[in-house]
Ligand binder design. Sequence first.
Ligand SMILES: Cc1cc2nc3c(=O)[nH]c(=O)nc-3n(C[C@H](O)[C@H](O)[C@H](O)COP(=O)(O)OP(=O)(O)OC[C@H]3O[C@@H](n4cnc5c(N)ncnc54)[C@H](O)[C@@H]3O)c2cc1C
Length: 406
Amino acid sequence: MNKEITDILIIGAGPSGTIAAGYLEKKEVSVLVVEKEQFPRFTIGESLIPRVMDNLAEAGLLDTVKKQQYQKKFGARFIRGSEEAWFDFSKKYGKGWDWTWQVPRDHFDHTLALAIEEREVPIWYQAEVLQVHRTEEGWEVLIHHNGIQKTVFCRFIIDASGNGRVLARQLELEAPAKIEDHSSVFTQISEVSRPAGPEGEQISFEILNQRTWFWYIPFSNGNSSLGFVAPNQWFEQFSKNTSEAFQEMLEQTAYYKGRFDQDPIIFEPIKIQNISKNVSSLCGKGFALTGNSAEFLDPVFSSGVAFATESGLLAAKLAFRELQGEVVNWETEYSEYIRSGVKVFSTYVKAWYDGRLQRIFFSKYQNEQIKEQICAVLAGYVWDKSNPFVRNHERLVNNVALLAES
Ligand SMILES: Cc1cc2nc3c(=O)[nH]c(=O)nc-3n(C[C@H](O)[C@H](O)[C@H](O)COP(=O)(O)OP(=O)(O)OC[C@H]3O[C@@H](n4cnc5c(N)ncnc54)[C@H](O)[C@@H]3O)c2cc1C
């Protein structure tokens, strides 16, 4: 049997894994990335938020992504009937990036992975982690790679396996989801009749009802991503055939109805049932869970890749310090930090679905200062405690929603 030794094993070459690898390569740590699929591979999560830019930069990956000429994203538009709410990242509270990108993830993730390989970090594709076993010195990891079983010995595991949830499953860390019963159906189209200007460039969310919404994400390659998120039950009213069902769903939109009738679908719509995921613990002796393998709430504010990169980067920094012989308090420095950001976002996601945030967004009386502070949260700056809408997220969202009602 084949044996390999590395200091840090990263499971998964999505953005969480490659960001971690990018940071560790800069620190000259020995790293191996193992990835179950062959890249490029499709995955969902195409709208970034500005905080991702900071993380890409710190891992030395921003310049590579800049060269790809992805569609720039300057904010987000929410549509409800004849009402529109536009959040402009250049008008957000505090410091930070005021733009980012909308990316086809197969291309984006492949770009990051190639950049990592160019920096001589090995990535094994078609390498699936089957089993992990804790030893005195670290871990013994059984991997199925190109038809061969291999064992990798490592001191630390960063589990960035997304929905593979490798360590969550093997170490029995799975926990009940924070948002139940939400599913999504999505596809991409070749948008032959795309309108010129912002209408065909900016990401938009159309609200069908308080708990059901549609996304439109145009890419610079002429394709666009379309998707619906709703309670599981909402999807039951449509045809069994997914393409027909998707057309029926589009018929239920008001703003976009008819707009994509001439645009060929690129792949059969995909359904993901129960999208929210959670774990009982984000780390333990010799391992950290990052990105979706740790936790995923809901796509409504496009926060997934921001959390994936934030947690991947932080886990890499702390693992590096630990390898240097420092004592790291993973509970406070990792879990508490990540969970504090998740908590802020959870408040906004919950307030979205119970209607409070929609009342704030579409209120006739907009207070610019409040809007800027909420905009910074939507940009992913959820660790900036100088922002009252981060510091006192629950109370302020509540109070402003009450005012918006009156
Ligand atoms: C409907 C929907 C819409 C979304 N929209 C957005 C959005 O607009 N913006 C946004 O930021 N986020 C969005 N997200 C969330 C986003 O998809 C994820 O948060 C993000 O992709 C997580 O990145 P990651 O690196 O943690 O995982 P992934 O990108 O999923 O990468 C994990 C990798 O691990 C590999 N892997 C799995 N198991 C194993 C194994 N056993 N061995 C080796 N490798 C393995 C997989 O093949 C995969 O390549 C959305 C999610 C859903 C469900």
